[in-house]
Design a protein around this ligand. Structure first.
Ligand code: SF4
Ligand code: SF4
Length: 342
């Protein structure tokens, strides 16, 4: 299960597509003819420019169809305001970014339903979660193809396959349960009182009065981190209510619970391209922190993320997100039996 395949790539998208095809042809396909296969990916927040072009997804869809399966692509709705909070908004954002049925040759679906209610509680039995709530697709489809854009992330250091299965499959409530320990803390020296954090706060926890600095009501705050992500001055950082490692553990527990249900019918590919400082949830400019490298394919999300970090190196992520205890993800995955190391 820990076997991984690396496929190096060149500089432009034509090279990338050739490399992706080579990688796909080296993977063992766990699906039968006629199987429905859900392709999990991230089509980028409205205004984001670092998401992966839909051409990669189209190539994966073609490959799955060549093997006689019936693929569709999906993502789930998110906690914060923007272009993906509702199913309707998210499909509109997907279409604006080129992820359409016409272009991809397959349906584009909201995994947790247009109202965010197509979700199911599944068993976890871990330290933080007895159960986790995720897309109902885990019960409905024959197989999964997890396509993850590997890049930095402000709360997890990096984001790859584990995060795509965890946050990416989670219902909005489960996303909130994972995020619930993060709170914004303001550096007044950097803040220009623009009010963007207030406009983007989904609960009204962030407020601002004339000529004053913004304030955050921690009773109303759900820890979604939207304000921190959107502050153009980088004046906000995460203040963890508990140790920051707990967020890593919650992330891993959610992924592990999903993985128990899908491991025998799933293949994964990480794209080591456009490796940016932060995730595709952020609108605006997102600087690249490492050069394009290639694709990693395989059969276990932890193995893929570990190999991806090995290929890129740890330095770009530690430099952009100092102090984030991302290594805990790997330790904890072994502690709870999600992944057996070498
Ligand atoms: S978004 Fe940032 S700069 Fe703008 S008011 Fe909020 S904290 Fe200050
Ligand atoms: S104040 Fe809290 S609820 Fe509001 S955007 Fe920031 S983290 Fe989210």
């Amino acid at each position: 299960m820990g076997k991984v395949i690396f496929q190096k790539t060149g500089e432009d998208i034509e090279d990338h597509i050739i490399s992706l095809r080579s990688l796909l042809d080296r993977l063992k396909i766990p699906f039968q003819k006629g199987d429905s296969v859900a392709v999990k990916l991230h089509w980028g927040e409205r205004g984001n420019t670092s998401y992966l072009h839909p051409r990669y997804a189209r190539e994966i869809v073609k490959w799955l169809q060549k093997h006689g399966t019936k693929p569709f692509i999906f993502d789930t709705t998110v906690l914060y305001s923007g272009g993906r909070r509702t199913g309707k908004d998210s499909l509109k954002t997907a279409a604006e970014h080129g992820f359409t049925k016409n272009y991809l040759g397959c349906p584009v679906v909201i995994g947790d339903g247009m109202e965010g209610r197509d979700v199911v509680d599944i068993e976890a039995q871990f330290e933080h979660f007895e159960t986790v709530q995720v897309t109902k697709l885990v019960e409905k489809v024959d197989g999964f193809f997890i396509f993850s854009h590997f890049k930095g992330h402000m709360a997890t250091g990096f984001g790859g396959a584990v995060k795509n299965i965890s946050m990416g499959f989670a219902s909005r409530a489960q996303k909130q349960r994972m995020h619930s320990d993060a709170r914004p803390v303001l550096n007044k020296k950097e803040c220009d009182k623009c009010g963007i954090c207030v406009d983007s706060c989904p609960t009204g926890a962030a407020t601002i009065s004339d000529d004053e600095y913004p304030e955050y009501d921690l009773e109303k705050c759900i820890g979604c981190a939207q304000c921190i992500a959107l502050c153009p001055q980088i004046a906000l950082r995460i203040l963890w209510d508990t140790d920051a490692t707990i967020f890593q553990e919650k992330l891993v527990e959610t992924a592990a619970a999903v993985w128990r249900l899908i491991e025998d019918r799933t293949i994964l590919v990480n794209a080591l391209l456009k490796i940016t400082a932060d995730c595709d949830c952020l609108p605006g400019h997102n600087p690249q922190i490492a050069p394009d490298s290639g694709f990693v394919g395989g059969y276990h999300p932890v193995a893929l993320d570990r190999e991806s970090l090995k290929r890129i190196g740890e330095e770009p992520f530690d430099r952009t997100h100092p102090g984030v205890p991302w290594k805990r993800q790997f330790e904890y995955a072994e502690e709870i039996g999600f992944f057996k190391g070498d």
